[in-house]
Write a protein that binds this ligand. Structure first.
Ligand code: PLP
Length: 361
C-alpha cells in the first residue's frame, strides 16, 4: 500500500510531537522510591481547590456540549484584564491557538519567523500550512536574537513569534528590547507574544505581554491555564487580539473547542489570590535553589524566569539516564548540549539537587 500518495506532501517534514516521559513509562529504570516528573513544565502542585470544586459541580453536565462561545469565561477574562470580550480567544490549550493562528494566516509560501530552539508547535503549525519556517538561533546563553529575527522578515513573512520566557531556556525579553523590536516590525507581520510562563516572571526589567497590547495593531498575546494555574490536563488557553482577528480565527476553530470542565475550572481559577502569589514565590525560590546548585557544581545554566532551568551537561543522554535512575525525570532534546530541568516543589527540588550533586559533585 502506498500510503504516501494519500497524504499532503508537506507533512513529510512534520515530526510527531514527543511528550515528556510519564511515570508509568519509566518505573523499570528507576532505583528510587519516588518519581518526580519534571519533564513537561507542569505545575508540581494540584489545581486550586476552588477549581476542583467547580469541576465537580459540572460533572453532571457532561451529557451536554460545552458553551461553544466560552461566554462566561470570556466575560470573566474581560473583566479581569480590562480588555473587551470581542478581543478574547479561547483555545483547547494555547497550543491550539498557535495552530489556529497559523491556519488563519499562513498561505503556502508565506513564512513564519521564530526563535530556535523554542516551542516546537511554531514549527509544526507552520509546516502543516505548507509555509516556510525561519528559525533564528538563540544568542548568548539562550536569549532571543531580536535583531536577527527582524533581519529574517521579508514581504512573505506573516507571523513572528516571541516566546518569553522562552521554552526551553527560560530567558526573557526585556521591556527595552521588545519596545525597540515592536517599533521596527513591519505592519504586514503579526507579532505573536507567547506568554505561557508569564506568571512565573520575577525580573522587573522583563517585558509585560500586555503593556504594548492596544487591540488595534497586529499584536496578539497568548496565555494559558496549564502552567501556574495547574490545569494542563484540562486544556485551556486564551489570547488577546484585535476584534477582527478574533472574528476570523473563530471561523477556523472547532465549534466546541474548550470543554465544559476546562471552562468551569478556568473561571474559578482566574482571580488574584494570595495562593497564586505564594505559588509564584515558591517557584522562584526553588528555581534559585536549582540555579545555585548548578553554579556550585560548575555547570553552565541559563538564568531562568520560568518554571524550568536549562543546564548544560557534558553528556545529556547519560545524565538524563542517571537522573532517571534517581527518580528525577527531566527533558532531553536530541542533539542539544543540555537538559531542561523542571522546577519542582520543595521535595522535588531537593531530589533534583541531590541527584545532580551525586553526578557532578
Ligand atoms: C511556550 C509555550 N507555549 C504554549 C504552550 C502550550 O501550552 P498549553 O497548550 O498547555 O496551553 C507551551 C507548553 O508547554 C509552551 O511551552
Amino acid at each position: 500500500m502506498d500510503w504516501q500518495s494519500f497524504f499532503r506532501k508537506n507533512l513529510e517534514q512534520v515530526d510527531t510531537y514527543q511528550p515528556g516521559l510519564r511515570e508509568d513509562q519509566v518505573w523499570e529504570f528507576v532505583e528510587a522510591d519516588k518519581i518526580y516528573k519534571l519533564s513537561s513544565n507542569e505545575s508540581p502542585l494540584p489545581p486550586f481547590p476552588w477549581a476542583l470544586e467547580a469541576i465537580q459541580e459540572r460533572l453532571v453536565l457532561l451529557n451536554e456540549y460545552p458553551d461553544g462561545s466560552s461566554y462566561e469565561l470570556t466575560q470573566c477574562l474581560s473583566k479581569h484584564y480590562g480588555i473587551a470580550s470581542e478581543q478574547i480567544m479561547i483555545g483547547n490549550g494555547s497550543n491550539e491557538l498557535v495552530d489556529l493562528i497559523a491556519a488563519t494566516c499562513l498561505n503556502p509560501g508565506d513564512n513564519a519567523v521564530y526563535p530556535w530552539p523554542s516551542f516546537v508547535v511554531y514549527r509544526s503549525s507552520t509546516l502543516i500550512q505548507d509555509a516556510e519556517c525561519r528559525e533564528i538561533p538563540l544568542k548568548g546563553t539562550g536569549q532571543l536574537d531580536l535583531s536577527a529575527m527582524l533581519g529574517a522578515i521579508d514581504e512573505r513573512t506573516k507571523i513572528v513569534y516571541i516566546c518569553t520566557p522562552n521554552n526551553p531556556t527560560g530567558a526573557v525579553v526585556s521591556d527595552v528590547e521588545f519596545k525597540d523590536f515592536l517599533d521596527k516590525v513591519p505592519s504586514h507581520v503579526l507579532v505573536v507574544m507567547d506568554a505561557a510562563y508569564e506568571e512565573f516572571i520575577s525580573d522587573e526589567s522583563a517585558v509585560g505581554p500586555l503593556k504594548y497590547y492596544d487591540g488595534v495593531r497586529p499584536y496578539v498575546v497568548l496565555r494559558t491555564f496549564s502552567k501556574m494555574y495547574a490545569l494542563a490536563g484540562l486544556r485551556c488557553g486564551y489570547g488577546f487580539a484585535p476584534a477582527k482577528f478574533v472574528e476570523v480565527l473563530n471561523k477556523v476553530r472547532e465549534p466546541f473547542n474548550a470543554n465544559t470542565l476546562a471552562q468551569a475550572a478556568a473561571i474559578a481559577s482566574i482571580r488574584d489570590t494570595e495562593e497564586l502569589k505564594e505559588r509564584a514565590a515558591l517557584n522562584a525560590l526553588n528555581r534559585v535553589r536549582l540555579e545555585n546548585c548548578f553554579e556550585k557544581l560548575g555547570l553552565n545554566y541559563v538564568p531562568s524566569q520560568a518554571n524550568f532551568v536549562w543546564v548544560e551537561v557534558p553528556d545529556p543522554q547519560s545524565t538524563f539516564n542517571e537522573l532517571l535512575k534517581r527518580g528525577v525525570i527531566v527533558r532531553s532534546f536530541p542533539g542539544a548540549g543540555g537538559l531542561r530541568v523542571g522546577v519542582g516543589d520543595n521535595e522535588g527540588t531537593n531530589a533534583t539537587i541531590a541527584a545532580f550533586g551525586e553526578l557532578f559533585g
